[in-house]
Design a protein around this ligand. Structure first.
Ligand SMILES: *Cc1c(COP(=O)(O)O)cnc(C)c1O
Length: 358
């Protein structure tokens, strides 16, 4: 149990006047959570303080060696005005799995959840009221020793910021075009693919920029060894429905184990689908696309929930999926997940975690 000190702001920022115009995590709120780690003392000085810049020494570890991990989850306002989180225990655990790989000290899962809830509660008026919008929560930890020597860092900072964010699809769900990357790789066995560490995204920027210039929304990464098997897209896990069966890459080190991915698999199995977590060759995906058995493709992630894919381009070969429309199973997953998250469907899975009344 953390003993969280609260330092009040002297005046509150203005809330967004029109929630329907909210973008993704652009707005800063009144408060942030901070906690320090010092070797010998452990995590200490948990506090909620006015949101603002913090001062770091220019030789601070994270600037030079990228020793940082983060998480992403959301707080939702339900129809009966309760503020709730979606499976925060999964994020708490994954944060520690990432931290372990980056040699950043773990935070007890219950402390992580307590910190998130304390910040969300004090910021509850920032949780949007309109359908589809939510309060995005970004916890992150990084090494902050002073000095450029490469050694095990003895000092770390854990921070949580939150930001009201709009519906991902203000004009309804828009199927996306995806570029299958054949030059760069995102992950390889033994590396950090399964973690949410900042470096993974820095290393992906080049491919994302290339795809964007070519008019694609995201990059589909192939495995880093054979460049043959589909893994995931920029910030989403990817699912393929081929001839009635559902395929997605296994989480065995190179793929980020998404909370949305896991939740979709549970729902799909409940509905009687066969879900195969394993190797799927891009060759076979393209073949299925051409012979008409590639029924649906969709990405899953906290930000967009479920994102339908309408086109895949691999080395100049193109397949088009579902006539550019959202597939019926993709729609059903979207409706069920968002229904549970915004409290419009019963939470039969026990996925929602109550924070406070709105
Ligand atoms: C965050 C992320 C996902 C999705 O994870 P969720 O827990 O569902 O939000 C998938 N792939 C990558 C690379 C990610 O960073």
């Amino acid at each position: 149990m953390l003993d969280i000190r609260i330092e009040k702001v002297s005046s509150y920022k203005e809330k967004p006047a029109d929630e329907s115009k909210l973008k993704f995590a652009k707005v800063q709120t009144d408060y942030m959570f901070l906690m320090n780690y010092t070797e010998g003392e452990g995590w200490h000085d948990a506090r909620i303080v006015p949101y603002g810049p913090f001062t770091l020494d220019p030789s601070c570890t994270v600037f030079h060696y990228g020793q940082e991990v983060f998480e992403g989850l959301k707080a939702y306002r339900s129809a009966d005005n309760k503020i709730q989180l979606f499976r925060p225990d999964c994020n708490a655990k994954r944060m520690n799995d990432s931290a372990e790989r980056l040699c950043i000290p773990a935070i007890p899962e219950e402390d992580f959840i307590q910190a998130v809830k304390a910040l969300v509660e004090i910021e509850k008026d920032w949780v949007p009221h309109i359908d589809g919008a939510s309060l995005y929560i970004r916890p992150f930890s990084f090494a902050c020793d002073v000095g450029l020597g490469l050694h095990t860092a003895l000092n770390h900072l854990f921070c949580i910021i939150v930001s009201p964010s709009g519906a991902y699809y203000p004009e309804g769900i828009n199927p996306v075009r995806i570029y299958v990357e054949d030059e760069y790789v995102r992950a390889a066995p033994g590396l950090t693919g399964y973690t949410k560490c900042g470096g993974n995204y820095g290393a992906s920027a080049k491919a994302a920029e290339k795809a964007e210039k070519l008019g694609f929304t995201q990059v589909l990464w192939l495995d880093g060894v054979e460049r043959k098997y589909v893994e995931e897209v920029g910030s989403m896990n990817l699912f393929f429905k081929i001839d009635g069966k559902i395929y997605t890459a296994a989480c065995d080190g190179t793929v980020l184990p998404g909370v949305t991915r896991r939740s979709c698999i549970e729902l799909l199995k409940d509905w009687g689908y066969e879900v195969i977590e394993g190797k799927l060759a891009i060759d076979d995906v393209m073949k299925a696309g051409h012979d008409g058995t590639l029924e649906e493709v969709f990405g899953t992630g906290t930000a967009a929930v479920v994102s339908p894919v309408k086109e895949l381009d691999w080395k100049g070969d193109k397949v088009f999926i579902c006539n550019g429309e959202i597939g019926p199973l993709t729609q059903k997953l979207y409706d069920n997940l968002t229904g549970i998250q915004w409290g419009k469907l019963p939470d039969t899975k026990g996925w929602m975690d109550f924070v406070c009344n709105g």
